[in-house]
Design a protein around this ligand. Structure first.
Ligand SMILES: Cc1cc2nc3c(=O)[nH]c(=O)nc-3n(C[C@H](O)[C@H](O)[C@H](O)COP(=O)(O)OP(=O)(O)OC[C@H]3O[C@@H](n4cnc5c(N)ncnc54)[C@H](O)[C@@H]3O)c2cc1C
Length: 457
């Protein structure tokens, strides 16, 4: 996990870099940031030049410095990592980006917008990357975002303790300096359609709408109150923290017993947030064994350290209400209406892992009491745009189908897409990597279209 460094610490860390002839750190970075060059500039004390080098490939360095899984990417490939003293590349990237913001460095001039007009739907890492790259290529870009503020999961998903919202807002402001226009409270498929945008004269349209529909568990008791999805929970916390939602509407109460279902990074964020919101006990329930969890080891270890309890090899079978819990425990009490409407426990099937690695239901069942269940079992795309636009095909799970040439174009000519809505829930930097290629595809498409139009005239 990245840490904040002083200037002296950052320069001395940069000076440890071996300047390898074959810099494997760069190959470990999905967007191929020129890591050796920026570290060299930093080691010479030239922080402005280090920022300029980073800005060539990334529009979101302060964010990437904080939330990229560096331990699996650039830092994993640093030759010093084998000797357990790898360069802290994520912390250096974060230092350089923060320094540039603090000192108002703007290495890239704003777009003149002369090369063409592009509408970008969605302002998560995918939309922001496409917008930034196209502005740098001299296109006029307008972002249409459904929420009241841009940022997607960066703003409304990843919790404050891992990614400060002022950092997200600051980094998005840099896009405004590049000439990108952002319109919020604009829900594509409801407030306007893709065809409306073409009619307004946009040369191409980009969809970076992510996976906004959370998956749930289709088990008995799913209608009880107190069962919520992790993305909803995290969003309400951001809204409450920024004063846009009353605390009483955030569902979780101090002293609650919370169960989080799932063991990916989203589950870790939900569990750690529940601890910070004053939950008495936070239990993560996962149907496989510890070595199968998809959360980063650093996130898992942080959750364990903060007191989150992990219950592996347990499959949720049914949500139980208070009345059912009392019956199980042989407790008699005067009944009230909430007894049958609020979740009070989770029935779990124990799972056994066989010698050949299969997971089978074996070992009986148990009941875990709770006041609240948070589901972190995956997300899928909403269909607002594809259902209101002719010609955009999706696969059988609802993910948008795109082509290789021009890169990222959907089955509807002129409409492009990338990020989670294409490849499924993944990482910020994967959405950025794909979106950089799609930005190049959009530029190629618009240039070709204009050239053809010139030939016909
Ligand atoms: C809780 C959580 C924690 C995570 N932590 C990390 C992490 O630490 N590191 C990491 O690398 N990755 C992390 N991820 C994954 C990462 O955030 C995503 O892979 C990434 O945000 C995907 O980017 P995107 O732009 O495709 O989608 P999103 O970030 O989901 O952005 C989509 C945007 O489109 C907007 N939108 C949707 N539909 C419409 C519409 N019809 N009209 C207009 N706008 C629309 C949405 O409001 C949203 O702003 C996390 C994800 C979650 C949920």
């Amino acid at each position: 996990m990245s840490r904040t460094m002083t200037t002296a610490e950052a320069i001395s860390e940069a000076r440890r870099c071996l300047n390898c002839a074959r810099p494997t750190c760069r190959t470990g970075c999905p967007i191929e940031n020129n890591i050796p060059q920026f570290i060299r500039a930093l080691s010479e004390g030239n922080i402005g030049s280090a920022y300029e080098i980073i800005s060539e490939r990334s529009n979101l360095p302060a964010i990437c410095g904080r939330v990229c899984p560096h331990e699996r990417q650039c830092e994993a490939h640093c030759v010093l990592t084998k000797k357990k003293c790898g360069i802290e590349i994520g912390s250096l990237e974060m230092f350089v980006a923060d320094f540039a913001h603090d000192n108002d460095l703007k290495p890239i001039p704003p777009s003149t917008g002369q090369r063409g007009r592009v509408a970008v739907i969605g302002s998560g890492p995918a939309g922001l990357t496409v917008a930034g790259d196209l502005a740098k290529m001299d296109f006029a870009v307008t972002i249409f975002e459904a929420q009241s503020e841009p940022g997607g999961v960066l703003l409304f998903g990843i919790p404050e303790f891992r990614l400060q919202k002022d950092v997200v807002r600051r980094e998005i402001t840099e896009l405004l300096h590049l000439g990108v226009e952002i319109r919020t409270n604009q829900l594509a498929g409801v407030d306007f359609t893709v065809d409306d945008l073409f009619a307004q004269g946009y040369d191409a349209i980009f969809m970076g709408t992510g996976t906004s529909l959370p998956r749930t568990l289709d088990i008995p008791g799913k209608e009880l109150t107190g069962i919520l999805t992790a993305t909803y929970f995290l969003r309400t916390v951001v809204l409450a923290d920024s004063g846009k939602l009353d605390e009483s509407e955030t569902v979780l109460h101090t002293g609650d017993n919370v169960i989080v279902v799932g063991a990916g990074n989203v589950a870790m964020d939900a569990a750690r947030t529940a601890v910070r919101r004053g939950a008495k006990n936070v239990n993560v329930v996962y149907h496989k064994s510890e070595d199968h969890i998809s959360a980063l080891p650093s996130e898992y270890n942080a959750a364990v350290k903060e007191g989150v309890q992990f219950n592996f090899l347990k499959q949720p079978m049914a949500y139980l209400n208070k009345k059912q819990m009392r019956a199980l425990n042989n407790i008699r009490r005067h009944p009230c209406k909430a007894d049958e409407t609020e979740v009070a426990g989770l029935l779990l099937q124990n799972i056994t892992q066989t010698a050949d690695g299969q997971f089978i239901a074996e070992g009986g069942q148990e009941v875990m009491p709770c006041d609240c269940v948070i589901l972190a079992v995956g997300q899928k795309p909403a269909a607002r745009i594809v259902s209101t636009t002719k010609g955009i095909q999706v696969d059988d799970r609802g993910f948008v189908i795109t082509r290789e040439r021009p890169y990222g174009m959907t089955t509807r000519p002129g409409v492009f897409s990338s990020g989670d809505v294409v490849h499924g829930p993944a990482t910020v930097v994967l959405a950025m990597k794909e979106s950089k290629k799609v930005a190049a595809g959009i530029a190629q498409y618009i240039d070709a279209k204009k050239l053809l139009a010139d030939c016909v005239e």
